[in-house]
Design a protein around this ligand. Structure first.
Ligand code: GDP
Length: 340
C-alpha cells in the first residue's frame, strides 16, 4: 500500500513551520512512486505560490563541500548553532548519491550534527538514498522549497568532494563554499581544478594548534591557484580563508565571506536573475535526461538505435542519414512517452 499524503494538511503544517509536516513533505517529494508525483507537484505549487514567496525574504542558500574528514559536519554544526543564536532558522540538506550504494546516508546524518539536530530552530535531513544523482538533485531542490516555505532563512546543502554532485549543488545554491584541509606533500591534492572553478568561497579548516601554520600555507597556495582560475574565467576572485570548526575560530569571517558573495551577486545581475538562470540550466538538464531516458525506455527506439548503429558500422548508411532516420522515427514516438 503506497503511503497516503494529505496535501492540504501538509501545506498548512509547512506554512506554520511544523517540523513533522516539513519532514513528511520532504518524504513526499523524495518518493519515487509515480502516484506520489502529482501530489508532490500540487504541494510545491502551493508552497511556492506568489503569496507565500511574497511573505518570505529569499533564504541564503549555501552549498558546502569537502572531502570526507574535512570537517563538514563539525563546521555545519558550529556555524549552524552560531546562526541560530543570531536568530536564524537553519535547514541542512545533503546531496550524497553514494548513499544509494551503501544504503545509508552519511551526509546530514543526525549523529554528526548532534547539537544542531537538538535545536528547535534547525532542521537536518540526510540525503535521499537509493537514487542516482539526478533523482537526489531533484529531491533536494524540492526539499529546499519546502524548508524555505516553512520559514527557514538559511539553507545549507552539504555534499562530498567527488565532482558531479558538487556541480549539481552549485546549480541549486547561491554560494558554494569549499572546506579544504592542508595535507602533507601536494597541498592541492584531491582538489580537482574543475571544483576550484565553481568555488565562491574557500575555507581551509583545522587551522588550529600545530596545524595552524600549515593551514595558512595551504590557504596561500590555494589563493594563488584561485588567482589563475579567476584570470582564466574572468570571474570574481574567490577569497581563501582559514578557520577551525572544532575550536570555532574565524567562523564569523567565513560567514561574512558567504554574505559578501551574495552582495556581489546582487550587484552583478541580481540574485533573482542568478536563480532564474539556474532554473533554465536545470530545465535543460531535465530535458536532456528525459530524452535520454525515453530513448532507452522505448523498445522501438532501442532496436532502431542498434539497427542504425550496425548499418553505420557496416558502411550501409552514412552517419548523417542514420541520424535523420532516427529523428524521423523519434518524432513519431514522442506522443507515446510517459511524461510526468
Ligand atoms: P566530514 O567528514 O567532512 O563531515 O568531517 P567531520 O566533521 O566528521 O570531521 C572529521 C574529523 O575532523 C573529526 O574527528 C573532527 O573532530 C575533526 N575536525 C573537524 N573540524 C576540525 C577542526 O577545525 N580542527 C581539528 N583539529 N579537527 C577538526
Amino acid at each position: 500500500m503506497p503511503r497516503k499524503f494529505d496535501v492540504p494538511a501538509l501545506v498548512e503544517g509547512v506554512l506554520a513551520g511544523n517540523r513533522s509536516a516539513v519532514a513528511q513533505s520532504i518524504t513526499l517529494v523524495e518518493s519515487k512512486l509515480p502516484a506520489h508525483r502529482p501530489l508532490a507537484k500540487e504541494l510545491l505549487q502551493h508552497l511556492t505560490s506568489p503569496e507565500v514567496r511574497g511573505s518570505r525574504e529569499p533564504a541564503v542558500r549555501v552549498g558546502i563541500s569537502g572531502v570526507p574528514g574535512a570537517g563538514k559536519s563539525t563546521f555545519i554544526n558550529a556555524m549552524g548553532m552560531r546562526l541560530v543564536e543570531q536568530g536564524h532558522q537553519v535547514a541542512v540538506l545533503a546531496v550524497d548519491p553514494s548513499s544509494s550504494r551503501t544504503g545509508g546516508s552519511v551526509l546530514g546524518d543526525r549523529t554528526r550534527m548532534g547539537e544542531l539536530t537538538q535545536t528547535e530552530a534547525a532542521f537536518v535531513r540526510p540525503s535521499p538514498s537509493g537514487q542516482h544523482l539526478g533523482g537526489v538533485a531533484r529531491a533536494t531542490r524540492e526539499a529546499m522549497l519546502v524548508v524555505e516555505a516553512a520559514g527557514f532563512d538559511v539553507v545549507i546543502v552539504e555534499t562530498v568532494g567527488v565532482g558531479q554532485s558538487e556541480v549539481a549543488v552549485k546549480g541549486m545554491v547561491d554560494t558554494f563554499l569549499m572546506l579544504a584541509v592542508s595535507g602533507t606533500g601536494d597541498q592541492l591534492q584531491g582538489i580537482k581544478r574543475g571544483i576550484l572553478e565553481i568555488c565562491d568561497v574557500i575555507a581551509v579548516n583545522k587551522a588550529d594548534g600545530d596545524n595552524a601554520g600549515e593551514a595558512r600555507v595551504c590557504a596561500r597556495d590555494l589563493s594563488i591557484a584561485m588567482k589563475l582560475v579567476t584570470e582564466a574565467t574572468a570571474g570574481r576572485r574567490c577569497p581563501v580563508l582559514t578557520c577551525s570548526a572544532l575550536h570555532k575560530i574565524s567562523l564569523d569571517e567565513v560567514w561574512a565571506a558567504v554574505l559578501e558573495h551574495r552582495t556581489w551577486l546582487e550587484e552583478h545581475g541580481g540574485l533573482e536573475h542568478y536563480r532564474s538562470e539556474q532554473q533554465v540550466v536545470w530545465m535543460r538538464s531535465q530535458i536532456e535526461a528525459a530524452l535520454l531516458d525515453s530513448r532507452r525506455a522505448n523498445e522501438t527506439l532501442r532496436s532502431l538505435t542498434s539497427q542504425l548503429e550496425s548499418d553505420v558500422r557496416a558502411g550501409r548508411l552514412g552517419a548523417m542519414d542514420a541520424a535523420q532516420d532516427f529523428l524521423a522515427i523519434y518524432a513519431t514516438q514522442v506522443a507515446s512517452f510517459g511524461w510526468e
